[in-house]
Design a protein around this ligand. Structure first.
Ligand code: ZN
Length: 155
């Protein structure tokens, strides 16, 4: 008897319509892909590796300012289903590897560098993007030495 009285809306039941709505939205969404970021070199499947990238202001223990990164060369269509941007791979000097949506940065051909314009710290993630890259940077003392940041930093 007490079992029956517990029936009704439970978190599991409440969640089902949302999941269904999500998958329907994904299937029916027609995202118009943005044009390739203006002046950004295009090579292979993505862009050139080793292009300098500058974050938005970051405050961590032992560091305050803009974090420097390098493009890995990789590039994919933005993983956010409703976004038409391009995501480029970036290896930050913090050691973190992230994918930054072109709707959150601009490329400056004069300095041949990328500057973030939207998002938080190292992440261009916005309300339309998935929250999988919102990891805060580690304290300065935990950043690897530059020689250990990999090929995009040694190009
Ligand atoms: Zn995006």
């Amino acid at each position: 008897m007490s079992e029956a009285s517990r029936e009704g809306p439970s978190p599991r039941h409440v969640g089902e319509p949302d999941r269904l709505a999500d998958s329907v939205a994904t299937l029916s969404a027609v995202v118009e892909r943005d044009e390739w970021p203006r002046d950004l070199p295009r090579s292979g499947e993505g862009t050139d590796p080793g292009i300098p990238v500058w974050s938005l202001p970051v405050e961590v223990v032992g560091f305050s300012g803009l974090v420097e990164g390098r493009t890995t060369g990789g590039c994919v269509a933005c993983q956010a289903s409703s976004c038409g941007g391009w995501q480029i791979g970036v290896r930050w000097e913090t050691g973190q590897l992230m994918h930054l949506c072109s709707r959150g940065w601009t490329y400056d051909p004069e300095t041949r560098s990328i500057r973030m314009t939207a998002g938080t710290g190292l992440s261009t993630t916005t309300a339309t993007d998935r929250p999988n890259t919102r990891k805060p940077p580690p304290p300065r003392s935990e950043w690897p030495s530059r020689s250990r940041l990999g090929p995009s930093w040694n190009a």
